[in-house]
Design a protein around this ligand. Structure first.
Ligand SMILES: [Zn+2]
Length: 439
């Protein structure tokens, strides 16, 4: 069936740009976009179904480039702690996690992200096979990695071989809705032998590395004390940077570090809330962007920041960068919208599939229907209107791979009440066991 979505189209494509009142046309069987046309040209396409109206907004589904969806079950844990103190607490409870915790929690996070207009996410966790199962079932798109942590006595032990085996086994499944990466937790939690093996496997099998990187002062000091250099310099020496990794956070960077990251054309996933709420500095995102590094936005895991909202991260990114550089609107609304669509897809290596609306791309599309009072400036300043005026509650319909997953704000595939009860019951039992972590 040929489905046509009507609205103000923000395609994020160079070719199709903005369409004041138009249609995005896709085939719900192949899941591919076939055309983007003006409403006045609607006779040129044979729509079987037209949805939306002239007040709706039609955009690419949002892409979250760094999270840990199974952590929803840990929400609130470690409140008030930061850095390595927070990690020690989290790692202890993570040692008690079993695959069923991961599965239920991943499902709950994915549904929350879908409600917030996020159709793709890059994840990094233990028992990641359970996240694959949740992705397959719920129809979302995921770029998934199995995490390796060596220096935690409690965290589940996956080896770098487990991580590459996972990546090779699951990449391309579910009609290519699952892609994979190698999951290295960080340079402060893995030894050089593992890091070097990650580089070797990345190059041998063409699987990129997704890792936390230079996120906190603790990490900066740890790497300096142990290796006598900055995290960037160490990553370059170990060969990590030449694999074009996806680096989460990149908070602490010298001018020389930024030049190095630019030279290697790495990808940075920026989650302003996580790092600022830990009391760390604001990352030098604008300097990275000016030097040609591709930066995308991410929510990080839903422990301290449980809403999994990229609309919030977009606003925060602009505010944080303006404050950091003492310049009004240092990052432009259009740039941050690219960071959750086009640039995010490039960062995950899935720009052949998604990130923009144009013929040949997958129909991962969101339809927004905000109150009209929030759209007064839409036609003059569309990017400003979307980024500053709209939020998760504007998301009305969500399509992934041409299949409708949310219709009129209602999830179509799952009994959310039943899942919520399972999540709360499982969490209660887990936290009873977790009393050992307070001793
Ligand atoms: Zn993270």
């Amino acid at each position: 069936m040929l489905v046509c979505l009507r609205g103000f189209i923000i395609s994020m494509s160079e070719t199709y740009g903005l369409v004041n009142d138009g249609l995005v046309v896709f085939d719900d069987t192949t899941g591919l976009i076939e055309d983007v046309v003006e409403w006045d040209e609607r006779d040129s396409v044979k729509c079987d179904l037209i949805e939306g109206n002239e007040y709706a907004l039609v955009m690419p589904g949002l892409i979250n480039t760094h999270t840990h969806v199974p952590m929803l079950i840990l929400q609130g844990l470690g409140a008030g702690l930061t850095g390595f103190d927070w990690l020690r607490k989290i790692w202890c409870v993570e040692g008690l996690l079993r695959p069923e915790h991961v599965y239920i929690s991943a499902k709950a996070s994915i549904l929350l992200m879908l409600e917030n207009g996020i159709t793709t996410f890059a994840d990094h966790y233990f028992y990641e096979e359970e996240v694959v199962r949740a992705v397959e079932e719920l129809g979302v798109r995921g770029v998934l990695a199995k995490t390796v942590i060596e220096y935690s006595e409690h965290a589940p032990k996956h080896s770098i071989e487990d991580s590459i085996n996972f990546a090779m086994r699951f990449r391309g499944i579910a009609n290519d809705r699952v892609r994979t990466m190698l999951g290295v937790h960080a340079m402060y939690s893995c030894g050089t032998e593992t890091l070097l093996k990650a580089v070797e496997y990345s190059q041998k099998y063409g699987v990129r590395i997704h890792m936390h990187f230079s996120e906190s002062l603790h990490e900066l000091e740890y790497v300096r004390d142990k290796y006598g250099r900055t995290p960037t310099s160490l990553a370059e020496e170990l060969g990590i940077l030449k694999t074009k990794p996806l680096l989460a956070h990149a908070t602490y960077l010298s001018n020389e570090d930024i030049e190095t990251l630019s030279k290697h054309k790495v990808y940075v996933a920026y989650s302003p809330f996580t790092i600022m709420s830990w009391g760390q500095d604001i990352a030098r995102v604008s300097d990275l962007v000016e030097k040609g590094v591709t930066v995308s936005l991410a929510t990080d895991g839903p422990v301290t920041d449980g809403d999994l909202s990229l609309f919030k991260q977009m606003k925060l990114a602009i505010a944080a960068q303006s404050s950091r550089y003492k310049t009004p609107i240092k990052l432009q609304p259009r740039e941050v919208l690219e960071m959750v669509t086009k640039k995010a897809a490039e960062s995950l290596g899935i720009d052949d599939l998604v990130g923009i609306l144009e013929p040949g791309k997958k129909a991962d599309i969101i339809v927004l229907k905000p109150p009209k009072t929030r759209l007064v400036g839409l036609r003059d300043n569309p990017f400003t209107t979307v980024v500053f005026n709209l939020g998760d509650e504007s998301v009305n319909d969500v399509y992934v791979d041409g299949k409708k997953i949310i219709s009129n704000k209602t999830l179509l595939r799952i009994n959310i009440e039943k899942l919520h009860k399972q999540l709360v019951d499982t969490r209660t039992k887990l936290f009873e066991e977790a009393i050992v972590c307070d001793r």
